[in-house]
Design a protein around this ligand. Structure first.
Ligand code: UD1
Ligand code: CA
Length: 472
């Protein structure tokens, strides 16, 4: 047995060039999301976690879009014409021809594959010094999978594809999950010998097994892969199935790390979301993207949080939070809408029916009811009265509202940007303010009241008299 430190480096080839007709989609299959991450990115992640040093993704159908979607942290090989899995692997040859370590070959449409499976594949392959190691799985319903044919002594002979299998072979239940490890030389050499003489007229990668057997190369089979881990996505039905399973795994991981989920069945949390200890997530909560939530928070029912940073002891009730930063001890909702670039410092309170966009609230500032605060800076300790609107848009351009510290903005104020309001200033309720206000000043911008004494009582009396005359 080789020691961890003397292990050979590993490269991986991930096949993602197929046309995937059954998805019936304008989006190429590798880019369909499973819990917030493109399908093929899940396998790339498992490779990284398993310590794979080089990752080559074979692209073909919509190659440029797939490359853009998967990013530049991996290498790409182009299969210009999909002629089968064997042909797909061969298109990575120029990149990995001289690779001295092991080479994994994996499919790009198995997003549930855990790094653990790859680690055991690599460990077994290197410990046995095999030319090829394949993993196998037992299937109750093996239809569609390549079957593993063995000899009387139990040695693996070859892989028979569904469409090429005779009745006897179709009865075999040991199947090929498409998880292989190779010595580079054995891989490239056997690939030159495969032919498209089969039911589908394709270059089957699976034929490399028989070719290496004929050369008496050392083949190892690692049995007992959990079929759930290699569930392949071919249609939207399977996309939903793998999403359900991955969602369960995410929720279990969070619960086991100390997060309370009151009703996991109605909780949707994507793969990259992080949540701190003792935070409570109520039913019907949706957490997306790279959201990070601190400790001891409460995320109330009907909240939807996307790609946001949430501190400790934050309470969010029935609100939308998108691409925003909420520091410790912030309170939001119910029914608030925090749009991108909202930044709420410690102890800020945003109440019901308040919309915030591209605005920063200083420590302890608050807007408790019915406001729109956009393109603004609100100083620490400032109180925004109910019904306050920052008029940030003049029909052509956006303008900024800057409000100092400890200000009092009276209810139903209309602040016409660009505008600056100094520290400790006061805006009288119902004001429409179009010019800046100095520190410590008060502004009142509403028409002077006209009181007509007795006018309403006189009117009522007159109306009653008119009605009485009519009815007489
Ligand atoms: C393959 C295996 C089968 C195995 C099954 C497990 C072969 C011949 N068969 O069959 O034994 O049980 O996987 O799921 O390998 N691809 C390309 N270029 C191509 C063809 C395919 O990149 O020219 C990619 C696809 O995008 C996909 C992967 O290879 O990601 C597998 O191809 P697919 O056609 O789905 O193979 P299966 O018929 O499922
Ligand atoms: Ca498949």
């Amino acid at each position: 047995m080789s020691h961890e430190t003397s292990a050979l480096p590993v490269a991986a080839i991930i096949l993602a060039a197929g046309k995937s007709t059954r998805m019936k989609s304008k989006t190429p299959k590798p880019l369909h999301h499973v819990c917030g991450i493109p399908m093929t990115q899940h396998i790339i992640g498992a490779c990284r976690e398993a310590g794979v040093a080089r990752i080559v993704v074979v692209v073909g159908h919509e190659a440029e879009r797939v490359k853009k979607g998967l990013g530049d942290e991996v290498e790409y090989a182009l299969q210009s014409n999909p002629k089968g899995t064997g042909d797909a692997v061969r298109s990575a040859e120029s990149l990995l021809k001289d690779w001295q370590g092991s080479i994994l070959v994996l499919a790009g449409d198995v997003p549930l594959l855990p790094a653990e499976n790859l680690r055991s594949l690599i460990a077994h392959h290197q410990a046995t010094d095999a030319a090829m190691t394949l993993m196998t799985m037992e299937m109750k319903n093996p239809f569609g999978y390549g079957r593993i044919a063995r000899d009387e002594a139990g040695r693996v002979l070859r892989i028979v594809e569904q469409k090429d299998a005779n009745t006897q072979e179709q009865a075999l239940t040991e199947c090929n999950p498409s998880l292989y490890a190779f010595k580079g030389s054995a891989l490239w050499d056997s690939l030159t010998k495969i032919t498209p003489k089969n039911a589908q007229g394709e270059y089957y990668f699976t034929d490399t097994l028989q070719i290496l057997n004929e050369q008496s190369a050392k083949i190892e089979a690692l049995t007992g892969v959990d079929p759930q881990n290699v569930l392949g996505v071919n249609s939207r039905v399977e996309l939903a199935e793998v999403t359900t399973i991955l969602r369960q795994r995410i929720l279990y991981r969070l619960m086991l790390s100390g997060v309370t989920l009151i009703d996991p069945a109605s909780t949707y949390i994507e793969a990259n979301v992080q949540i701190g200890q003792d935070t409570v997530i109520e039913p019907n909560v949706y957490l997306f993207g790279d959201t990070v939530i601190g400790e001891d928070c409460v995320i109330g029912s009907l909240s939807r949080i996307q790609s946001s940073q949430i501190g400790d002891r934050v309470k969010i009730y029935a609100s939308q939070v998108d691409q925003s930063v909420l520091e410790d001890d912030v309170k939001v909702g119910p029914f608030a809408n925090l749009r991108p670039k909202t930044h709420l410092c410690q102890y800020v309170k945003i109440g019901d029916f308040v919309e915030v966009k591209n605005a920063k609230f200083g420590v302890k500032a608050q807007a408790s009811h019915l406001s729109y605060i956009g393109d603004a800076e609100i100083g620490a300790g400032t109180n925004i009265g109910g019904g306050t609107i920052t008029c940030n848009f003049d029909g052509f351009d956006k303008h900024k509202t800057v409000i100092g510290e400890n200000c009092f903005i009276g209810s139903n104020s209309t602040l016409i940007a660009p505008i600056t309001i100094g520290n400790e200033a006061l805006v009288a309720a119902g004001s429409a303010v179009a010019q800046s206000v100095g520190s410590g000043d008060m502004v009142i911008a509403r028409s002077l009241p006209t009181v007509k004494e007795g006018w309403a009582a006189n009117r009522r009396a007159k109306k009653h008299a008119e009605k009485a005359a009519k009815n007489r």
